[in-house]
Design a binder for this molecule. Structure first.
Ligand code: GDP
Ligand code: IMO
Ligand code: MG
Length: 425
């Protein structure tokens, strides 16, 4: 298989985990390149559900190297718990097949406190609706060049000194937010049992990726979140704190961009969003409830109810422009079954004019009105269908219209959560 990036093209939860698990069969290495345990990637294999937050979604396949890249932010406690949970489920994950980059930034206890304090505070203004996992504050420290990296766990004296250097500023912020003060020993003691386990997994991830590629083996790059949660290209400020677009796969893992041959954009057959922020095609009616219930749209990380709406191809046009997908994987097509009429958003009315791409100014997306095209639905249960031609004609027409508007082939169709419920064209 070609070296392939898999990214979410909407606002996350498109079904990236399922796709990565599926495609891992043909890959040799799988690397997460951004985000942290704000992600929740669900795999369903032989009826058993596994939710991964940090460990690459290829982990259920033996004999493949799973890697956590420099672009990821890693919570050591979550990392250890995830390994333990997998072990209890009969999937042992040792350093022989899981690596953490020396340069991966560490989510510290104070990052989580700060995330929560800001979200509940009235001082800061905008509530983002974050996952509360300390993601933003950790990336802030990375950019401020005061972050702690996995490699720092190899020298405990250095680790202590770095905590010492970081804390005064954090405590000043805690005072402002009315949160409790932290001391160095407390933070050190809290982190050290997990740090000592992470150390076993630390390795030179860029060298591993480059080595696999040099041998003609293939690497899957697993994106988290979605294009419209991207720190630059998303619906700022209602975004996550990392670069979620395909272009970051190389930088966030440590290889050259020209080694990447394919980009699969994962697109849910409708749209969902968790947290705050504009969502033009949102449905706050019975159809929205239907999608939420049939699609079981509850967050895999926080359990929050996902907001639901029609497929928005304006947002998708932008995703195509930003990610250069060579193919689309359309997921959850089965969920649309049973609706008489389906709508897809093909343009926006913005200040009295029709536009084809989202407005680039920060608040524009909150002011657009979606322009819909109507397509006939289907009633059949498609969740057992294994070939494209066996899909109801209206389902095929729905996909064909998406391909036409976006000018990208839908190369994979997912009709259920199970690994086998997938049509590869
Ligand atoms: P990710 O964050 O992009 O990996 O997606 P999530 O795992 O957070 O959310 C996708 C949800 O949809 C999970 O519960 C999957 O098991 C489920 N899922 C994936 N593909 C399909 C599909 O084609 N049909 C249905 N009904 N569920 C799916
Ligand atoms: P996966 O990989 C959906 C959203 C949060 C919030 C915003 C910022 O499962 O698709 P953060 O904690 O990152 O600072 O929160 O981003 N968000 C996600 N929404 N899927 C995700 O990941 C998300 N990760 C973050 O809900 O709106
Ligand atoms: Mg998810």
């Amino acid at each position: 298989m070609a070296n392939t990036v898999i990214i979410g093209a909407q606002w996350g939860d498109e079904g990236k985990g399922k796709l990565v698990d599926l495609l891992t069969e043909r890959a040799d290495g799988i690397v997460r390149f951004q985000g942290g345990n704000n992600a929740g990637h669900t795999l369903v294999v032989e009826g058993k559900k596994v939710v991964l937050h940090l460990i690459p979604s290829g982990v259920l396949h033996q004999g493949k190297t799973c890697m956590i890249g420099n672009g990821v932010v890693l919570d050591p406690e979550v990392f250890c718990k995830e390994i333990d949970t997998l072990g209890e489920q009969g999937v042992p994950v040792g350093p022989d097949r899981l690596m953490v980059s020396l340069r991966t930034h560490i989510i510290m206890p104070y990052h989580k406190i700060l995330d929560a304090a800001r979200e509940s505070s009235k001082i800061k203004g905008n509530k983002i609706g974050t996952t509360g996992r300390g993601i933003g504050p950790c990336y802030e420290d990375k950019m401020s060049r005061i972050g702690i990296r996995a490699g720092d766990f190899l020298d405990e004296d250095l680790l202590r000194r770095k905590i010492e250097a970081a804390l005064p500023e954090k405590n000043a912020l805690f005072a402002m937010y009315g949160a409790e003060q932290l001391d160095v020993d407390q933070v050190f003691e809290q982190i050290i049992p997990f740090a000592r386990r992470v150390v076993d997994y630390i390795d030179d991830v860029p060298a591993k990726i480059q080595g696999l590629q040099a041998e003609g083996k293939s690497v899957l790059f697993e994106g988290a979140q979605g294009t419209h949660l991207d720190i630059d290209h998303g619906t700022y400020p209602f975004v996550t704190s990392s670069s979620t677009v395909s272009g970051n796969a190389a930088a966030g893992s440590g290889c050259g961009p020209a080694t990447i041959e394919e980009v699969v954009a994962v697109v849910k057959a409708y749209t969902t969003r968790v947290g705050e922020g504009p969502f033009p095609s949102e449905l706050e009616d019975a159809v929205g409830d239907h999608l939420g219930e049939k699609g079981a749209e509850f967050g895999a990380t926080t359990g929050r109810k996902r907001r639901c709406g029609w497929l928005d191809l304006v947002v998708m046009r932008e995703s195509v422009r930003l990610n250069s997908p060579t193919g689309i994987a359309m997921t959850k097509l089965d969920v649309l079954g049973g609706l008489e009429e389906l709508k897809i958003c093909v343009g926006y009315d913005y200040k009295g004019q029709r536009i084809e791409y989202p407005p680039q100014d920060q608040h524009g997306l909150a002011e657009v009105a979606p322009i819909y095209e109507s397509l006939p639905g289907w009633n059949e249960d498609i969740s057992d269908i294994t070939s494209f031609d066996a899909l109801p004609a209206n389902a095929r027409a729905y996909i064909a219209r998406v391909e036409e508007v976006l000018d990208v082939p839908v190369s994979i169709v997912s009709v259920g959560p199970g690994r086998e419920q997938t049509i590869i064209r």
